[in-house]
Design a protein around this ligand. Structure first.
Ligand code: HAM
Length: 429
């Protein structure tokens, strides 16, 4: 019997996992600077949370959820996204009562969607996302967008396109909704069965249909921007002004509706421009969701956020030839030992070196000296400590600098100090 990894998932192996660590460290550092704090919610939630939060006419809820019953008969779902869980926690933990408002949170972690796997579209993928709850200031919209753009910029991506739109407030959406119904209704039988069901329940979703996207009624469908009331127009204008003052370029696309139901006012996506990226060009998406907290049982609270996947970011970095591993951390020290006594001394010596902050390793495969030196070279160790029974009898050890090839015999108790100066001199510790 042999086993294989489930479709749409991946193993992240050494060599690749370091890139993830660099990206995750960047997320933590950036959020610290923008004053967002980490939240960790469970991997699964009650199914009803997503039906209510993400919207039961969305593809995510209708087609893509990993839903299961636990042994107590409860319907649970592996989270397809992070916003509804964060809002559930916000309500349950009464964060609206916290003194510091808005509540600014971020998360990184796996999400699950039963999608048709292709490059950049996984069934398990890792999102980094932020959510700011409690303020309806357009400056927060600009801050969230700026954070997302800065993240990519600091990791070295270029040629990004920021697309923004406004979906309007409740009143604007209502009038847009009737315009959409009037537009599509007479010819709705030319559309797919999903769209026919959407007409009544959520006509905006028709605009996001992948099957009917080329239908002529799609191109001349009523634009939300023509239905924004004064307040929504003003709000959208303010977001744009803040972006301009931050020198963040953007394009407005009235057809940007997003695939989740909770949005109103600002919606945005970050796309990658250029060749070599295949069909998937959206790197990140987000927007404002002023009704979601109430929908999930909390007090009326505005919110905005975005999420991006690390998988798509890595693809983009690869396409643009950005090497995150330039500053790869090599091994500081490798201990090569010969003779039984010397070998028995290695574990304690490694332990001391590691406690002093060095990355250190040794041979556990009973290799000869030549093999051990080869292993040290392969792992690009900066120093090799060569220990034989003779040296040990004198309490000494050979310290070999692998960069310049010099070697000196040192008293064992001086080794840490010797390494410390060597490693610091090269400016690498
Ligand atoms: P979303 O647009 O569904 O929004 O997902 C955000 C990002 O997650 C996408 O732009 C993409 O980078 C990544 N993504 C989505 N599905 C996959 C997949 N199957 N494989 C790889 N990457 C994927 C949300 O999830 C919202 N919760 C964002 C948000 C936060 N809005 C407000 N706050």
């Amino acid at each position: 019997m042999s086993f294989s990894i489930p479709r749409g998932t991946q193993d992240i192996l050494p060599g690749e996992s370091e890139k993830w660590q660099i990206i995750e460290a960047k997320a933590h550092d950036l959020c610290r600077r923008y004053n967002y704090r980490e939240i960790r919610t469970p991997i699964f939630e009650q199914t009803a949370l997503f039906a209510r939060g993400v919207g039961d006419t969305t593809d995510i809820v209708q087609k893509e959820m990993y839903e299961f019953k636990d042994r107590g008969g409860r319907s649970l779902t592996l989270r397809p996204e992070g916003t509804a869980p964060v809002v559930r926690s916000y309500v349950e933990q009464k964060m609206h009562g916290w003194v510091n408002q808005p509540v600014k949170l971020y998360y990184t972690g796996p999400m699950f969607r039963y999608e048709r796997p292709q490059s950049g579209r996984m069934r398990q993928f890792v999102q980094f996302g932020v959510e700011a709850l409690g303020s309806a200031d357009p400056a927060v919209d600009a801050e969230v967008i700026a954070l997302a753009m800065e993240f990519y910029k600091e990791l070295g991506l270029h040629n990004l396109k920021l697309i923004i739109n406004s979906l309007g407030d409740k009143e604007s959406r209502e009038s847009h909704r009737s315009a959409l119904v009037n537009h599509f209704e007479p010819r709705i039988d030319e559309f797919c069965s999903d769209c026919q069901a959407r007409l009544d329940k959520n006509p905006l979703r028709i605009l996001d249909c992948k099957v009917d996207r080329d239908h002529e009624l799609m191109t001349n469908a009523p634009s939300i921007l023509d239905y924004l009331n004064e307040e929504s127009r003003e709000y959208f204008k303010n977001v744009q002004t803040f972006l301009e003052e931050m020198e963040i370029d953007y394009e407005i696309d009235a057809r940007l509706v997003r695939g989740l139901d909770y949005y109103n006012n600002t919606a945005f996506e970050i796309m990658i421009d250029g060749e070599g990226f295949g069909a998937i060009t959206t790197l990140a998406g987000g927007g404002r969701y002023n009704g979601l907290v109430e929908d999930i049982g909390g007090p009326e609270t505005p919110g905005i956020g975005f999420a991006l996947s690390i998988e798509r970011l890595l693809m983009a970095l690869e396409v643009q030839g950005v090497d995150l591993m330039q500053e790869h951390d090599d091994l500081d020290v490798y201990i090569a030992a010969l003779g039984e006594k010397a070998r028995n001394k290695v574990p304690a010596l490694l332990h001391q070196l590691r406690a002093a902050g060095f990355s250190a390793d040794a041979d556990y495969m009973d290799k000869k000296m030549k093999g051990q030196m080869k292993a040290a070279n392969r792992q690009q160790a900066k120093y090799v400590l060569i220990l034989g029974d003779d040296e040990l009898a004198e309490n000494k050890i050979n310290v070999k600098n692998m960069e310049d090839g010099t070697q000196s015999l040192e008293p064992l108790e001086n080794v840490k100090e010797k390494l410390m100066t060597g490693v610091t001199e090269k400016g690498e510790k």
